[in-house]
Unconditional design. Structure first.
Length: 466
């Protein structure tokens, strides 16, 4: 079906539906504050929120290059769930019990976001239906069962394993042979959450300057074209846009992810699909998809598409290649054949931050006052909240206002990661990795054997994912 009338880019469908926020004033000149936060996405805004709540007299300024939520926070798939990048590696480095504590903190974070949004009267279309991940092939089913067992070993005793028939009773995904479900997940509208959070933070007395790109972060300084903000604590909360900062080109790789959203689907189509629980939906492919049933009964579905731009470049307002839009639409119809005639209203892209070892981190350097959080590898909607509360505790501990907490003792705190390779090795490596994953998925789709394709295992090791 033609995508001629599909809106492509325009930041995201979420903003096309919700409207972009009224612009806030840029930084008027040099200033000094107690805490300067660089980045007006989930991480930066949640950090400002929890710090201001904990210490109301703090003078906090948020600097945002475009507008709050312009990046991943306003473009993601709306998955508020308990996944965290790097947990298995943290188990190897710090022991199983430490990783269990990290996982339990993530489980609790889902409820924390839901509760806080309700308390602050942020209407973000949140529906806590859990997360359903399906398997389509013998290889995927074997991985799904292993994944299910591992999650239980990390404390998710409320996770449920379902067979083909039970899966179809929840969501009728063509070819699904099994699934695993966790209650620790919710669907939401990303732009509504970030816009509401920015308004709440501003009402608390935090200053937000938009259209203010930070070009360099150094101890006690955030440098912009309009002036320099000086602060004892300067926090980098820029996730996939970190490479734009001076000296940070190889810190986190900006991985590209793309999405489509359909027109609202009629009841006759939903009757064939089900999905009445409105779980967030994914699968066990190597090049996996993620999807949700929106509050107004659309399907929003995403995947990697064109995974990486040379030189750690980022897109312009979510522009997406036509072949990526077509591939995502083809995937949707393969999963839900009755959607073959529906219109795709919008397609867009965004970037997520990927560290070299695929481990999310939160750090405060007590010698310089520089802090950062990110590298969420696509799990940032919830992880950003846990990171923000951890940054709050680290700053309160460093400033002598509080002692160590359970959050400051989590194994991802102050984790160090080596930098990515220079170009062209970075570009060749990422594109080679995803070519290998797609090839592995194709082979697994026709193989009766349950084992993971060897090429995918090699790609995992080279990428540093396992």
């Amino acid at each position: 079906m033609s995508t001629v009338s599909t809106v492509v880019g325009g930041i995201s469908f979420w903003y096309a539906q919700e409207g972009t926020p009224a612009p806030r004033e840029p930084l008027p000149g040099d200033t000094s504050v107690d805490v300067c936060i660089v980045g007006g996405g989930y991480t930066g805004l949640w950090t400002a929120y929890y710090l201001k709540k904990a210490v109301p007299f703090l003078n906090i300024t948020v600097l945002e290059a475009k507008f709050c939520g312009y990046g991943a926070s306003g473009r993601n798939g709306g998955w508020l769930y308990n996944g965290i990048a790097g947990r298995d590696r943290y188990a190897k480095l710090h022991g199983h019990d430490a990783a269990v504590r990290l996982q339990k903190a993530m489980n609790d974070t889902v409820g924390e976001v839901v509760r806080t949004a309700a308390e602050e009267k942020i209407d973000a279309d949140i529906h806590q239906g859990g997360v359903l991940e399906v398997a389509h092939t013998p290889s995927q089913l074997a991985r799904l069962k292993d994944f299910h067992s591992v999650e239980i070993a990390f404390g998710e005793t409320d996770r449920v394993l379902r067979g083909a028939r039970e899966t179809a009773e929840r969501v009728h995904v063509t070819g699904a042979v099994g699934s695993t479900w966790t209650p620790h997940g919710a669907r939401l509208h990303p732009a509504k959450l970030v816009k509401g959070l920015a308004d709440v933070v501003e009402a608390l007395g935090v200053t937000i300057h938009e259209s203010t790109p930070v070009t360099e972060i150094k101890p006690k300084h955030a440098v912009t074209p309009y002036g320099t903000v000086r602060a004892p604590y300067v926090l980098r909360c820029t996730e996939g846009f970190t490479a734009s900062l001076k000296g940070q080109k190889r810190t986190w790789l900006p991985m590209n992810s793309s999405m489509i959203v359909t027109e609202p689907l009629p009841a006759r189509i939903w009757d064939t699909i089900g999905w009445e629980g409105r779980e967030t939906l994914g699968d066990m492919a190597h090049a996996y998809f993620y999807a949700q049933r929106t509050a107004d009964d659309r399907i929003a579905l995403g995947g990697r598409g064109y995974p990486y731009r040379f030189g750690s470049a980022t897109d312009n307002d979510g522009r997406t290649r036509p072949e990526t839009v077509a591939a995502l639409r083809e995937l949707m119809v393969r999963l839900f054949p009755t959607t073959a005639g529906v219109h795709v209203d919008h397609a867009w892209s965004g970037v997520l931050g990927v560290p070299r070892d695929w481990c999310a981190t939160v750090t405060l350097d007590r010698s310089t006052g520089l802090g950062w959080a990110g590298g969420y590898v696509g799990s940032g909607v919830a992880t950003a909240n846990l990171a923000a509360r951890t940054l709050r505790d680290l700053i309160q501990q460093d400033s002598g206002q509080a002692g160590p907490t359970d959050l400051t003792a989590l194994p991802w705190v102050n984790h160090k990661v080596r930098r990515w390779e220079p170009e062209p090795f970075r570009w060749l490596g990422v594109h080679g990795m995803y070519a290998a994953y797609r090839a592995a998925d194709r082979r697994e789709s026709t193989s009766p054997r349950p084992g993971t394709d060897p090429v995918a295992r090699v790609a995992d090791r080279i990428a540093g994912r396992h």
